[in-house]
Structures are given as C-alpha cells and as structure tokens.
Design a protein around this ligand. Structure first.
Ligand SMILES: [Zn+2]
Length: 128
C-alpha cells in the first residue's frame, strides 16, 4: 500500500528533481541542489476552471437577458405602443449583435423592426 519511495515525515516532502526526502521548509534540496517548489504545492487547478465558468455564465446570462427582453418588447410592440417597444427590441438586438451573437442579434433587430412597422400599421388601421 505504501509507494516504493523513501519514508518521509510530516514536515518533509519529496524533491521534485531527484525524489530525495527534504524538509518542507528547505529552499534547496541537499541531495541535488535544485530549489524546491514547496510554495507551488497547494495551488488547486479547480480555481481556474471555476473562475472561467463564472465568466462564461455571466456573459451568456446577459445575452439571454437581452434576447428575452428584445423578443418580449417586440411582441408587445405589435399590439401596444410600437413607437416605444419596437426601438427597445431593436436596441436589445443591436446589443446582442455587438456583444454576443451576430446571427441572433440580426434576427432580433429584424424582429424589433417588424414590430415597429407592423405595430404602426395596425395602429394606423385601428385609428383610420
Ligand atoms: Zn533533489
């Protein structure tokens, strides 16, 4: 069960270069003279993955916010105040186009433009 390595005490570590047992606080291995990397031990690789996950999650949720807001604004604009909700939908589409996904942004701008035009036309028909 024990690996085939020299026994080391609780305050000792293996030299990363030659494998000799050296004190954890030793800065240089007495066997081979290579500087020990005791300070690097304990740096977890999970730190990088979790931070990048937060970054991508925040970006995509921001994109979703603009997409949902733009689609809903466009939908409202078809029947109610297209002069206000159409441009909101267009702005959301433009933001998505600039910062996130060009294809979705163009689609959302088309949606907002349609909302503005169709909403105005419907409004004109109702008032006429
Ligand atoms: Zn060594």
């Amino acid at each position: 069960m024990e690996p085939q390595q020299p026994k080391k005490g609780p305050n000792e570590m293996y030299c990363s270069s030659c494998g000799a047992v050296v004190k954890k606080r030793a800065e240089i291995c007495p066997e081979c003279g290579v500087a020990t990397d005791g300070a690097a031990v304990g740096v977890s690789p999970t730190t990088e993955s979790s931070s990048s996950g937060i970054a991508t999650g925040g970006s995509s949720s921001n994109e979703t916010k603009y997409l949902v807001g733009g689609v809903i604004s466009g939908l409202v604009g078809f029947v109610f105040l297209p002069i206000i909700f159409g441009p909101i939908s267009l702005y959301c589409g433009y933001t998505v186009y600039q910062n996130h996904d060009e294809t979705k942004g163009i689609a959302l701008m088309a949606w907002g433009g349609a909302s503005l035009v169709v909403g105005m036309a419907v409004g004109a028909l109702i008032l006429a």
